[in-house]
Design a protein around this ligand. Structure first.
Ligand code: AAQ
Ligand code: ZN
Length: 370
């Protein structure tokens, strides 16, 4: 089953409070979704993810199709059983990963021919194949197969790419059978061109998907351009359905997205930067390997009550990174994920209490954004 309830919309912005219900549980929105590309949120156990408040995780068609392959996951009884995660899972359709990971790929009307980034073998993914793979994975929310166009690129390129993505979306909808256990989202493209964004949004809305992703953003464009395209696009999206902005995850991007009516977002950033010792704090990012923290026995963030901040000091975590101990990456990941998940919880509270913009302002001042 799939249900989205719009609980409240802010008076002074497009920020909204919602709740998604799936077979594997509820998701309060706005939500940040940790990315678990190869059936794991790197260095985290499922229990640790629940402990820090993660309600849903992402995994990936492209990666899992290559390794371990769908037959193993099918034999395991699907991705939930395979990775022992009993809450909701959202999978991306693989299109974005093909373009960002494999070279000499060839896009045709039928689908995308590419070489595996693992062993260079010839591969092919079509809209139908992407739906079949996601069906075997058994994720609760699945994505239509799309092309995320590069940036910057011509209006003509985006026009052709966006219209092909519309035809692919139609094929995904026709091919998608397992509708009560899996919910298919359409992905709106159109690059940085408002006329093409409007066409894509209107045509996708006419196809009546259960939810919509905003794709083609967070591809290197300036944040102001992203915000402008995002603000324009959400106005064409139905209020009664979830809006998922793909690939967005640093604090300012999340605040700006929520303010423009986004309900869901994902990003590899917090887990990726944690593994090289960059830690998010209420006073901005810190590089924990810096000698500055050699004898600093305070917590990473004095306002954080995560497991890492309650039990370890900067000096200890700096030591772990300096001697390349795996625990360092784990403790920094726990903290960065908790930081963003807790920030989203505070954002939900601020929408509920009608002080979202004030909360955003306070956060930006302390973080050092403005
Ligand atoms: C970072 N910026 C960015 N990411 C984008 C993604 C991938 C979002 N992350 C999904 C994921 C799921 C599991 C594991 C790893 C990643 C997109 N995905 C699709 N399908 N279409 C997009 O337009 C698109 C645009 C993006 N921009
Ligand atoms: Zn912490």
């Amino acid at each position: 089953m799939f249900k989205f309830e719009l609980l409240k919309t802010a008076k002074d912005s497009k920020a909204r409070l919602g709740k998604i219900t799936t077979n594997h549980g509820e998701i309060e929105t706005p939500i940040f979704m940790p990315v678990g590309t190869r059936a794991t949120v790197k260095t985290m156990t499922p229990d640790e993810l629940k402990e820090i408040g993660s309600q849903i995780i992402l995994s990936n068609t492209y990666h899992l199709f290559l390794r371990p392959g769908t037959e193993i996951i099918e034999k395991a009884g699907g991705l939930h059983k395979f990775m022992n995660w009993d809450k909701p899972i959202l999978t991306d359709s693989g299109g974005f990963q093909v373009f960002s990971l494999s070279d000499n790929r060839k896009i045709t009307e039928e689908g995308v021919h590419f070489r595996s980034h693992i062993d260079g073998s010839k591969m092919f993914i079509s809209p139908e194949k992407s739906i079949d793979i996601q069906n075997i994975l058994g994720s609760d929310i699945i994505m239509a197969f799309d092309e995320c166009a590069p940036y910057p690129v011509s209006h003509e390129y985006i026009d052709n790419s966006m219209r092909r993505t519309l035809r692919w979306a139609e094929r995904c909808k026709v091919h998608h059978k397992n509708t009560d256990n899996q919910t298919l989202f359409g992905i709106i493209q159109g690059g940085m061109y408002k006329d093409l964004r409007e066409i894509s949004a209107r045509e996708m809305v006419d196809m009546d998907f259960k939810g919509y992703s905003i794709g083609g953003l967070s591809v290197g464009e300036p944040i102001d351009l992203m915000n402008d395209i995002l603000d324009f696009t959400t106005d064409f999206m139905p209020e009664s359905k979830p809006r998922y902005l793909m690939g967005v995850g640093s604090p300012d991007y999340l605040f700006e997205a929520v303010e423009r009516g986004v309900d869901m977002a994902d990003c590899v950033l917090p887990t990726r930067i944690a593994r090289n010792g960059t830690v998010l704090t209420h006073n901005g990012k810190i590089a924990i390997k810096n000698a500055l923290y050699k004898e600093d026995f305070s917590a990473l963030d004095k306002e954080c009550d995560c497991y890492t901040c309650r039990n370890f000091s900067k000096a200890y975590i700096r030591h772990l990174f300096n001697v390349d101990e795996i625990l360092g990456m784990r403790l920094a990941t726990i903290h960065n994920l908790y930081f963003l998940l807790d920030m989203m919880k505070n954002i939900r509270e601020s929408i509920r209490g009608d002080y979202f913009l004030e909360y955003k302002d306070d956060f930006y001042k302390k973080y050092g954004y403005k």
